[in-house]
Design a protein around this ligand. Structure first.
Ligand code: UN1
Length: 512
């Protein structure tokens, strides 16, 4: 192998990237939080953790910043987000590469994640001139009624390792144009990409000139630091991405203090393949949705319902693709499936596969791929699991590349199974039959927040609202009118008459 093709040791490359991205050395050396790259299993940084006291101070500064920021005209706030988008464009290559090294994504997915950040910035810039309310008909003469939207306060963001930077940007870009400040607690598994994003955002803030100090805060550490954010009454809105178990802890705490929660929790996403499906397209759609990001997207395809009449055509082909797909170091050309994030992810995968075998399933793949990086790097072949019935581990989300396949004979039955699980994030149908497609997207079809036709359930663009129902938590982020969650709505009624007519015809004559 020529030297040009030998990748640098991960730790060396990470250090160079952090330097170029503007992260000070002391932020990632000598600290208590050990960061390993899933690519090689090596320790790549020792990050200094935020103390609970520092977290409270950061929230305090963000609260003060919000009080100033809310008075800045929204289009001017949009200018900061425009600059952030420019800085992200300039840093796309390096930040994308850092996502690869810290989260294990293949380069095109690492870059794609940064593109998702750029896209939401562009969206938010336009939005900064469109934070409009309605003018409403009033029942009283010479009155006007309207609704106006106002900044809400500090927006907390708790994000997961699998989209270590994009999820912050969905929230931050909207929150900033809406007049909120932002305090972010990234996953303890991916603090380096968060430090890099903060350095990038700092450059946008410097170019902007007069943003209030403390507008963007960063808290690094474990769960206890996230809890500071959850419990602080100065944080009226919090977006939390992670497991349903995490949401069950966070949701009630926010509800108890009447804070707004945007919960983006588990997904157990399915696709239905009907008799008329274009099987070549379906095969490609399934492959990306089920194996992409090594099965570690919230939107990953985990359950596949295949009609009897096409099962024997599709599933053997799929098994072949699973057998051939290149699993390995994401830095190597041709790799489509990179590492799992850590040992716990690998163990969870093996547990689900063991349970499936016990239930009589046929399991293709799923074994550990040895010999890449150190013993602390966990690579596994993606697993295709042919089930006899829709029961067992298929009913829960296992955050790993496992695709369960079940045969069905009527669409009713497939939709029933489809909706049988706790989560309700994303879903798909592969069909050329308009009746089946419309049925799937109708009120009696998929019960998810996202329902696609002839596209897998993952890889949504930012223009639509992102999120799901049931145990997925009900939150919506990114496009459409998701911005409304980040603002306070006021209904204003103005009387420009000389009389005082009361609503509902009420009279209250004080006899003057
Ligand atoms: C997530 O997995 O937390 O739709 C987010 C997708 C991406 C976002 C996934 N745009 O797959």
């Amino acid at each position: 192998m020529s030297e040009a093709h030998t990748p640098l040791p991960v730790a060396t490359e990470v250090e160079q990237l952090l330097l170029r991205l503007g992260v000070p050395r002391e932020a990632h050396t000598g600290g208590e939080l050990t960061v390993r790259s899933p690519v090689s299993g090596e320790v790549i940084a020792q990050v200094r953790q935020t103390t609970p006291g520092e977290a409270t101070d950061t929230i305090g500064r963000a609260h003060a910043a919000y009080k100033a920021w809310r008075n800045v005209p929204a289009p001017r706030r949009g200018e900061l987000v425009r600059l952030l988008g420019e800085e992200l464009r300039a840093a796309k290559r390096d930040l994308g590469r850092l996502v690869t090294l810290e989260a294990g994504k293949i380069p095109s997915e690492g870059a794609g994640e940064v593109q998702e950040m750029i896209d939401i910035c562009d969206f938010a810039v336009g939005l900064s001139r469109q934070l409009y309310g309605l003018t409403l008909a009033t029942e009283r003469a010479e009155h006007r009624m309207m609704e106006t939207w106002h900044p809400l306060g500090v927006c907390g963001v708790i994000s997961a390792f699998n989209f270590p930077v994009a999820v912050w940007s969905w929230n931050a870009a909207l929150a900033l144009v809406c007049g909120d400040s932002v305090v972010w607690k990234p996953s303890e598994k991916t603090p380096l990409t968060a430090l890099a994003v903060h350095a990038i955002a700092q450059r946008a803030i410097e170019r902007f000139g007069d943003a209030p100090e403390g507008l963007l805060g960063l808290l690094l550490g474990q769960r206890d630091i996230g809890e500071v954010l959850v419990d602080d009454h100065r944080v009226p809105i919090l977006s939390a991405t992670g497991s349903t178990a995490m949401g069950r802890q966070v949701g009630p705490k926010l509800a108890a203090r009447f804070a707004r929660a945007i919960l983006e929790l588990g997904g157990n996403n399915a696709a239905i393949v009907t008799p008329s499906a274009d099987l070549d397209l379906t095969l490609r759609g399934i492959a990306f949705a089920a194996m992409g990001t090594a099965g570690q997207r919230c939107t990953t395809l985990r359950r596949l319902f295949v009609h009897d009449s096409v099962y024997d055509q599709l599933v053997p082909k799929l098994a072949k693709v699973y057998g051939n797909v290149q699993v390995g170091d994401p830095r190597e050309a041709g790799t489509l499936v990179g590492p799992l994030i850590d040992r716990a992810a690998f163990d969870g995968m093996q547990k689900a596969l063991g349970e499936s075998r016990e239930a009589g399933a046929t399991v293709h793949g799923g074994q550990r791929v040895e010999g890449i990086g150190t013993n602390d790097a966990y690579y596994a072949r993606p697993a295709l699991v042919e089930l006899k019935s829709h029961a067992g581990p298929v009913l829960r989300e296992t955050f790993a590349p496992i695709l369960y396949v079940v045969r069905y004979s009527t669409l009713d039955e497939a939709i029933e199974w489809h909706n049988e699980v706790g989560a309700g994030l994303s879903s798909s149908i592969f069909t050329l039959n308009v009746r089946e497609a419309e049925r799937f997207m109708s009120s009696a079809g998929s019960d998810c927040g996202i329902a696609n036709v002839n596209i897998g359930p993952s890889g949504a663009e930012i223009g639509g609202a992102f999120g799901g129902e049931k145990e997925t938590g009900g939150g919506r982020e990114a496009g459409s009118d998701s911005w409304k969650a980040y603002m306070r709505r006021a209904t204003n009624t103005i009387n420009y008459s000389t009389a005082l007519p009361l609503a509902q015809g009420v009279t209250f004559d004080i006899g003057e």
